[in-house]
Design a binder for this molecule. Structure first.
Ligand SMILES: Cc1cc2ncn([C@H]3O[C@H](COP(=O)(O)O)[C@@H](O)[C@H]3O)c2cc1C
Ligand SMILES: O=C(O)c1cccnc1
Length: 375
């Protein structure tokens, strides 16, 4: 499934891109006056193979959640249980991502790919006959409903191993998580989603994100590692040392993305790489959130360089590794607000910018049709 998905990813359609550039030149505005929105709309035309490309509606956020063995190294001050507790919050509609998703009219799908603790049942779930998380019937059709967050149970294992000590995952586990991401992309697109937004939840997950960024870009761990939830100086120093030691121990080969994800990644990072590949294979844009998303995007690009044409960088996370990763991918973020939350929040705030870029090609009059004189 991974191999067939990679094989399905095509380069952008140059003729649709040329059509979009030509159309921009005829619309009632000075050439280039929409700045980065113009190139974005051209890229989306190339991805869709059509000018104008489809409006990115409806939008679907997929939040992949997992825990991390490296938590044992003291790389974050937050207890591991917060990951599972935040899933309850997502399902109850009480997290920042829910507020922004309601604003954007986007549906929220939470995917447990490897949370360590038992999940609380969210009030948005159907009545449970048994205690514990309520799992939607896998055979029931996926409905994109912005008012009801959905939980998908797809745990590969209950948290990764400690990457400071051993490989975080086996290759098979990493593959299973990537394939879950591909499956979620397919399900959301089959249900009608015209754009996917990446989300993450996993206490400690900025440490594997930093390790992935250093492994794929060759950046020094000091430049790839940030303060995550806001760690203090001793914790930050420990975090950089953990990333440096993990790279030295595992010597991950950037030409072997599954091996890199297994050695120093996380289950949500691997699943996000799969979501991106799945979206690219379906010629559907994927709006990237923060540092966890862009670390996964590096893995996706290592699997399939043409996957980059499906990626839109939503925002510039305050995490320094995000900027390192975006530079490596050749992507410019749409907004830069100093966010460092994750969950999909930065991607959701950027969504109206993407919609605006596409709407221009659908709705704006040409000089000719509007009878406006050209210079
Ligand atoms: C209450 C809370 C809500 C969050 N939502 C996203 N994150 C973010 O912070 C975590 C990563 O930071 P670190 O590597 O420093 O632990 C991830 O769970 C990420 O999604 C949260 C973190 C917390 C504490
Ligand atoms: O960039 C992010 O998405 C991020 C930053 C800090 C903590 N969690 C997520």
């Amino acid at each position: 499934m991974l191999e067939t998905t990679i094989a399905a990813i095509q380069p952008p359609d140059e003729s649709a891109m040329a059509d979009a550039r030509e159309l921009h030149g005829r619309l009632t505005k000075p050439a280039g006056s929409l700045g980065a929105l113009e190139e974005l709309s051209v890229r989306l035309a190339g991805l869709a193979g059509a000018c104008p490309p489809p409006l990115p509606e409806p939008a679907a956020v997929a939040i992949f959640a997992g825990d991390h063995g490296v938590h044992a190294q003291g790389v974050t001050p937050w207890p591991q249980e917060v990951t599972g507790q935040m899933i309850g919050n997502f399902l109850a509609g009480g997290a920042v991502v829910n507020a922004f998703a309601r604003q954007a009219g986007a549906s929220v799908t939470v995917v447990d790919v490897g949370v360590a603790t038992p999940l609380p049942a969210g009030p948005a779930q159907p009545a449970a006959e048994t205690s514990g998380p309520v799992v939607l019937d896998p055979s029931s059709p996926v409905v994109l409903d912005p008012s009801t967050p959905r939980l998908v149970a797809a745990s590969v294992r209950r948290g990764t191993r400690d990457l400071a000590v051993t490989a975080a995952l086996t290759r098979d586990e990493a593959r299973a998580a990537v394939q879950t991401g591909i499956r979620i992309a397919d399900e959301l697109i089959d249900a009608g989603a015209a754009i996917l937004l990446t989300g993450d939840m996993g206490i400690g997950n900025t440490t594997p994100a930093a390790a992935l960024i250093a492994a794929f870009t060759g950046a020094d761990p000091l430049d790839a590692t940030g303060r995550g939830t806001g760690v203090d100086d001793p914790t930050y120093a420990r975090k950089v040392a953990v990333v440096r030691a993990a790279l030295a121990r595992h010597a991950p080969d950037p030409a072997d993305p599954l091996g890199v994800l297994a050695a120093v990644g996380g289950l949500e990072h691997a699943a996000l790489a799969g979501l991106i590949l799945g979206a690219a294979a379906r010629r559907t844009p994927v709006l990237l959130d923060g540092v966890i998303a862009v670390s996964a995007a590096l893995a996706a690009a290592a699997f399939a360089p043409d996957a980059v044409s499906a990626m839109v960088a939503g925002h510039r996370s305050a995490e320094p590794g995000a900027t390192v990763a975006l530079r490596h991918l050749g992507l410019d973020p749409l907004i830069d607000l100093g966010l460092r939350l994750g969950e999909g929040t930065g991607a959701l705030l950027a969504l109206p910018v993407v919609t605006g870029a596409v709407r221009v090609l659908h709705e704006v009059a040409t000089f000719d049709s509007a009878g406006v004189a050209e210079k």
